[in-house]
Every structure is written in C-alpha cells, then in structure tokens.
Design a protein around this ligand. Structure first.
Ligand SMILES: [Fe+2]
Ligand SMILES: [Fe+2]
Length: 225
C-alpha cells in the first residue's frame, strides 16, 4: 500500500488493516474497531471516537508497507493459520481467564471495583465461541477448501452475525472491568487477569478481522460474479 496517509482517510479501516502491516495494532491502540466495524472509513472511525486524525496519520505513516504481514495471504494457508493461531489459542486462553477471574472475584468480593460477574460472562462467551468455531471448522472451512460456493452463502451470513455477538461480549467485559483498567491497589493476580484479558481481546479482534475483512470477502465477492 504505497500511498500517502491522506488517501487512507476515505478507505475502510478493515481494508487498511488488511493491506498495511501493523495497522491493526495502531487501530487497537486508538480504540478503533477494525474487525466488526471494518466497513467504516478511517475519517468516520476517528470522528466516532473523537480522535485526532493527524496523530493517527503520523502513526500509520510510520509503518512500513513492505513489512511482512502477520498472517499468510494464500487462502488455504490463511485458514490453517486462523485455526492454529486463533482457534487453538482461544481454547487454551479463555478457560485460564475464567479460572483466574473466579479467583479474583472471590478474593476481592468486597472491593468496590471487583469485576463481579466476569467469570460468568467469560464462561458464556467461551460456550458461544466453541459453537462458532466448530461451525467454521466443520462446515465453513471445509466448504471453502473445496470451493463449494453453493454451501457457503448461509454459513457466511450466520458467522458474520456471530462475530457481532462476540463484539457484544467484548463490550460487556469492558464495562465489567472499567476497560481492563485494574485499580491501583490490585493484587498481582488481578493485574495478570486484565493483562491476559487484553491479550485475548487483541487476539479475538485480529481473528475476527482476518475472517470478516480478508477471508470471507474473497468468497462473498466470488459468489457475486
Ligand atoms: Fe474463526
Ligand atoms: Fe469466526
């Protein structure tokens, strides 16, 4: 993407994240939702969050467009990457977060900022994620690998809808945890909980982005031809 930052203003944030290595990290840093709201232009995304577009320009402008992307471009390799880097990691990380959350909620039950209900929210989230990932692994990805376009339309719509539900869980977690800001007197476990939850949130956003803005459109566009 060899172009000036000015020309990025009217591009969708999902497309920018898909083509400019490192842009997704910049968007996360500024709180811009590039995964479920990837269709929003950069100028509108900045306005929604009352962000200084000039500062975002400077940060995006410092990225190297020729840097190696973090995910493979080739479709089959991308599907493999999504399964090994994201599905498998969510299945390890989220149950650990649930355990840690139970411990923090129990140990600090009387603290005014305790994230009461976080373990329960994460448990419901993991249940939905497991069903969602199974649908991708058993239905969507095999059909994609076989290029069985007639079996993709409904699953793609349904799975995009699931992604919006995942974003709803992220909002709930942000509300329960004051946006993952631990209080100044938080113990090491509480701090670890929020920092690990932040890592999981970044993984989830990148995972959804790769599906919504990179993988799914390849098939959706082919179906329109
Ligand atoms: Fe997935
Ligand atoms: Fe997904």
């Amino acid at each position: 993407m060899a172009q000036s930052v000015d020309t990025l203003h009217n591009q969708n944030v999902g497309d920018i994240a898909a083509h400019l290595p490192g842009a997704s990290g910049v968007f996360r840093e500024f709180g811009i939702d590039y995964c479920c709201q990837g269709h929003v232009t950069l100028i509108d995304a900045a306005a929604r969050r009352n962000l200084d577009l000039g500062v975002i320009d400077t940060t995006l402008g410092a990225l190297d467009p020729a840097a190696t992307p973090s995910a493979p471009r080739e479709t089959t390799a991308l599907i493999d990457h999504i399964q090994t880097r994201y599905h498998a990691v969510h299945r390890r990380q989220i149950p650990d977060l649930i355990d840690l959350s139970h411990r923090v909620e129990t140990a600090h039950v009387n603290h005014p900022q305790v994230p009461a209900g976080l373990a329960e929210t994460l448990t419901r989230f993991m249940g939905e994620m497991e069903v969602h990932m199974k649908k991708e692994e058993l239905i969507l990805f095999p059909a994609m690998r076989q290029k069985a376009m007639d079996r993709l339309g409904n699953p793609l719509r349904e799975l995009r809808h699931d992604h919006n539900d995942h974003a709803f869980f992220l909002d709930q977690i942000a509300r329960l945890t004051e946006d993952l800001c631990a209080p100044t007197d938080a113990c090491a476990s509480w701090q670890a909980l929020y920092s690990e939850a932040g890592r999981s949130k970044a993984d989830l956003m990148e995972h959804i982005h790769l599906e919504n803005n990179v993988l799914f459109p390849r098939y959706e566009m082919a179906m329109q031809d």
